[in-house]
Structure formats: C-alpha cells, structure tokens
Design a protein around this ligand. Structure first.
Ligand code: GLP
Length: 244
C-alpha cells in the first residue's frame, strides 16, 4: 500500500485529484468508481477546476458510484445522485449516459442491485475505485457485520451511520434506514483503490483497518488484501496509523 500523508484537507484533496487525473490522462476511457460523503468534495472541486482550465477531459470516462439511499429521488438534495450532479457531473463533459448511480426510487431495490452488478460487468470492471470511510470502518455502505457481502445489495444502515449522516438532514428521523451499496467483492475487483481519509475522528478506524485483523467487523480491513491501494490522508486522520 502506498500512503500519502498530507498536512490538511485541502492538500489531501489535491493529492487525490492528482491521482484521479493521472488515471484519466493515462486512460481516457477509464471506468471511475466514485464515492460521496464530505471527504471527496474538495477532490471533485479540484477536478472541476482542472477541467475548466482545459487540463482534463471526461468525454471518454464512465463512472459508477458506490451507493445510494433507498427511497430518495435523484433530485433530493441528500441523494447521492444529486451530490454527484452537483459536485462533478454538471460541471464537466462526462456523457450523462455514462454516469451510474443506483436508482433510489427503484420499485424493487433488490432487482436494481442485480442490474447494477450487470452494469459494472458490462463496463469491464472498475479501473480505480475512490473510497471514503465511516467511523465504524464502513466502505460504501458495507456496515460491520458477520460476513463480507459480495456484490451490490440492500443494506440496513447502522444506528452509528444514521447518526453520522444526520448532519446532512434536518433530523435523524429523515435519514433513510436502508441503502443500496456495492459489495466488498465489487470493491475488491477494482484494479486500483484510492482511499481518502480526513480528520482526527477517523484516526482510530484507520489504524484498526490497517493494523488489525481482516474481519467483516471492520469492513475497510479487507483492503489489506488488495494489491493496489493508495491511501491519501491528512495528518490528523493518519496520526494513529503512523504511530502504530
Ligand atoms: C457515507 C458513505 C460512504 C462514506 C462515509 C464517510 O456513509 N456511504 O461512502 O465514505 O459516509 O463519509 P464522510 O466522508 O462524510 O466522513
């Protein structure tokens, strides 16, 4: 695993944007696995700036997002489709038909997950998967549990995740209780992983994920087994890992 330690959120964002740009420049038809949450917002901002400068071209790129809340329409401000449109897709020349996020309003979420697995296969797999990480070590919405879930599936969100994400909603009652997420196998099949972490509140989880056992109780720990992981984090988030 390659680790980049940066001084703050801004330089973490810039480093991650550099890595993603390198991918797009070297392979203009890349399949990008994308993530939401507060962590990658600055990276997307930087990518848009470089696109506007003419340094990046998304015309050949395809994207596939990790997850989506069940029950939120794509125009809902907290849906991950809305997030992607707002933070990236609406500002660059990616073909909208080549952007994929599970449909939160799909009448049969299980069937939607099946379809999503097909989409990923038809694209020929993911070249680079961007990940953030929850405080309990979740990646995408793969919550700690007894077993690693394989492909895209419907998940009941843990109380901790509901509380952590409540800050984006007017109250925790409004946070959807379920989501659709790529599974651990879908993530591990990506050719490269770019994991971004920021803030001291993630430090314990980062340390446990990379120095503890590989276990479904700490979903991010599976990344220890991936052959090509780049971890980009600011010093507060990496502090405990670096001490270990
Ligand atoms: C959400 C998302 C994850 C994300 C995590 C951390 O639950 N499903 O993909 O990595 O939260 O979010 P943040 O970056 O806001 O800390």
């Amino acid at each position: 695993m390659k680790i980049y330690v940066t001084e703050d959120y801004q330089s973490m964002s810039r480093k991650a944007a550099n890595i993603l740009s390198a991918q797009i420049i070297l392979k203009p038809t890349s399949v990008l696995g994308l993530a939401t949450g507060s962590t990658p917002v600055g990276m997307y901002k930087q990518l848009v700036i470089w696109y506007e400068k003419g340094d990046l071209d998304f015309a050949g790129v395809k994207t596939v997002n990790l997850d989506e809340y069940v029950g939120l329409e794509p125009t809902h401000e907290q849906s991950y489709r809305y997030y992607m449109q707002h933070n990236l897709f609406d500002h660059v020349n990616v073909n909208p038909a080549n952007t994929n996020v599970p449909d939160g309003l799909a009448p049969d979420p299980k069937a939607e997950c099946e379809w999503y697995n097909q989409v990923i296969r038809q694209m020929g797999g993911i070249d680079i998967q961007v990940l953030g990480m929850g405080h309990n070590g979740h990646i995408g919405f793969n919550e700690p549990g007894e077993a690693f879930e394989l492909e895209t599936h419907v998940v009941d969100l843990s109380e901790r995740t509901i509380q952590a994400n409540a800050r984006f909603f007017s109250s925790s009652d409004e946070v959807p209780r379920q989501a659709m997420t790529m599974g651990i196998k879908s993530i591990m099949m990506a050719r490269k992983i770019l994991l971004m972490v920021s803030g001291e509140d993630k430090a314990e989880a980062v340390k446990n994920a990379f120095t503890g056992p590989v276990t479904p109780h700490m979903p991010a720990s599976i990344l220890q087994l991936h052959p090509y992981v780049t971890l980009v984090g600011d010093r507060p988030a990496l502090s405990k890992l670096l001490e270990a």
